[in-house]
Design a protein around this ligand. Structure first.
Ligand code: NAD
Length: 470
């Protein structure tokens, strides 16, 4: 066993490690009580402070905070409370006739001590969301939120301290160095939300202790629009989904892939909806946010400079203001294939438009890139929709909508390969934080005992018959 005594978090880890069976053996009612305490803190006690912190960190409008942070967490807690009793029950499974005299079931047990590392774009939602699943499944947890949203992280620390003892749930603030130290400890499960680049670092660290991981990552999520689509309706939904939180959303439509014959009409509709949502001046609109840090502002400005240098067409927007970290919603077409906007995940309010001549070409384009977290389809054609679904892979898909699959707690949420490993939300989150323990109980004499040594020709025949008939 490695010695972790020099690790700054070894004491905290040991406390939780020693307490994990107490927490793990909590009954359904006790877990409910904990979830209720967390719900009350978010919904009542700290609601206004959460709105203020997000306004300071991300310029987030109150309506967006209510919908994408408070409602998201409260909805998750309510869904979990409603179903937890059933999820916690042992799940009986069939037992083959060849094992006559026994019964089998799956017992969901907590993984143990968990580490939750979260990003900055929805700081509360993406920290408390996994925590709800961790608590529901009976785990202890150490949380490391993002350093990019300091007001939100400080408030989350206050909430966690008010609701939990640190031998159950604790929050540690800090930068990369803090994550690095935490990742050295032998957690039973690591739930990481962030970029694929850091996801690889987390997985490598987890491999040292063979900790299981849930990796909620990102990447370029395409939006495919065919010529049967309702163009105006598609434009409305895409403009909302793309510029919500200034495009700083893992499931944001990263780029649009559109049949070339409808590109002009689509862009005209996009302009109309942007005007409706944010007036002529998104900069002064109360409904439009800001870029999180100077570093992210620079990164996005470089994308815009690169597109300009390659003579792309700025259909809409692209103005910037460094002092207020403002980037005007931008729609850019005629991009050269080497444009950086077509390579990296954008994670900001810039929407590239790529045209295609045939659906096969569009599918080939999607499949030439790493598997995305989300793929959106706008089409009235069942044949085209089926073709796209069958011939691409993605973590999730909305048909004739964007982003909203995230909000259905009955659907698993997560990516595939480069966009993630494992699923979260509702039962899938509970499952991710649980070990599915296989239990077989022998009630009476078991027929398999007939096949124990010493072997004979009779037993050989019996084995053959078992293979043939059972
Ligand atoms: P990030 O990967 O830079 O950081 C995420 C967390 O990891 C932060 O807490 C950070 O402190 C920590 N971290 C950063 N570098 C680290 C390192 N070298 N070692 C250990 N820990 C480290 O991601 P971000 O910028 O906060 O968020 C943006 C990314 O997250 C995007 O790629 C986005 O798509 C993705 N994302 C995914 C989801 C999802 O649910 N799938 C949700 C939100 C964001």
């Amino acid at each position: 066993m490695n010695d972790f005594s020099n690790n700054p978090y070894s004491e905290l880890f040991s406390k939780q490690n020693n307490n994990q069976y107490v927490i793990g053996n909590r009954t359904y009612k006790e877990r409910l009580k904990t979830l209720n305490k967390l719900q009350h803190a978010i919904e009542v006690t700290y609601r206004t402070q959460i709105q203020d912190a997000l306004q300071k960190d991300l310029g987030k409008p109150v309506v967006e905070t209510e919908l994408t942070e408070i409602y998201a967490i409260i909805g998750d807690i309510k869904h979990t409370k409603k179903h937890l009793h059933r999820w916690m029950r042992k799940q009986k499974v069939e037992t083959p006739v060849s094992m006559l005299g026994s019964g089998s079931y799956i017992k969901y047990q907590p993984k143990g001590v968990c580490l939750i590392i979260s990003p900055w774009n929805f700081p509360f939602n993406l920290t408390f969301g996994p925590l709800v699943s961790a608590i529901a499944a009976g785990n202890t947890a150490i949380i490391k939120p993002s350093e990019m949203t300091p007001n939100s992280s400080a408030l989350m620390s206050e909430i966690i301290t008010a609701v939990f003892n640190d031998d159950e749930v604790a929050l540690v603030q800090g930068e990369v160095a803090v994550s690095t130290e935490l990742l050295k400890l032998p957690f039973n499960h690591i739930f990481f939300t962030g970029s694929p680049k850091v996801g690889k670092i987390v997985m490598k660290a987890a491999s040292q202790h063979l900790a299981s991981v849930t990796l909620e990552l990102g990447g370029k999520s395409p939006t495919l629009i065919d010529k049967t689509a309702n163009i105006d309706n598609a434009a409305k939904k895409i403009m909302w989904a793309k510029f919500l939180n200034c495009g700083q959303i893992c499931v944001s439509p990263d780029y649009v892939l559109i049949d070339e014959s409808i590109k002009v009409a689509f862009i005209a509709s996009c302009k109309k909806w942007l005007q409706t949502f944010y007036n002529d001046s998104p900069k002064t609109s109360d409904s439009y946010g800001r870029i999180v840090t100077d570093k992210h502002f620079e990164r996005l400005s470089e994308h815009l400079d690169n597109a300009k240098a390659l003579h792309a067409t700025f259909e809409v927007g692209g103005d910037t203001d460094r002092a207020s970290k403002y980037i005007e919603p931008a729609i850019i077409s005629n991009l050269q294939p080497e444009a950086t906007l077509l390579e990296d995940e954008i994670f900001g309010p810039i929407l590239p438009i790529v045209t295609y001549k045939s659906l096969d070409m569009a599918i080939a384009y999607v499949n030439s890139k790493p598997r995305p977290l989300a793929l959106y389809i706008y089409s009235k054609s069942k044949t085209n929709t089926k073709k796209i679904l069958n011939n691409t892979r993605a973590g999730g898909t909305c048909i004739n909508n964007s982003v909203l699959h995230y909000a259905n707690h009955n659907l698993p949420f997560g990516g595939v390969n480069n966009s993630g490993i494992g699923k979260s939300h509702g039962f899938f989150g509970f499952q991710g934080f649980s070990n599915q323990r296989a239990v077989m109980k022998q009630y009476t004499f078991g027929v398999t005992e007939l096949l124990f040594p010493p072997y004979s020709s009779f037993k050989e025949t019996l084995a053959r018959l078992t293979i043939k008939w059972f």
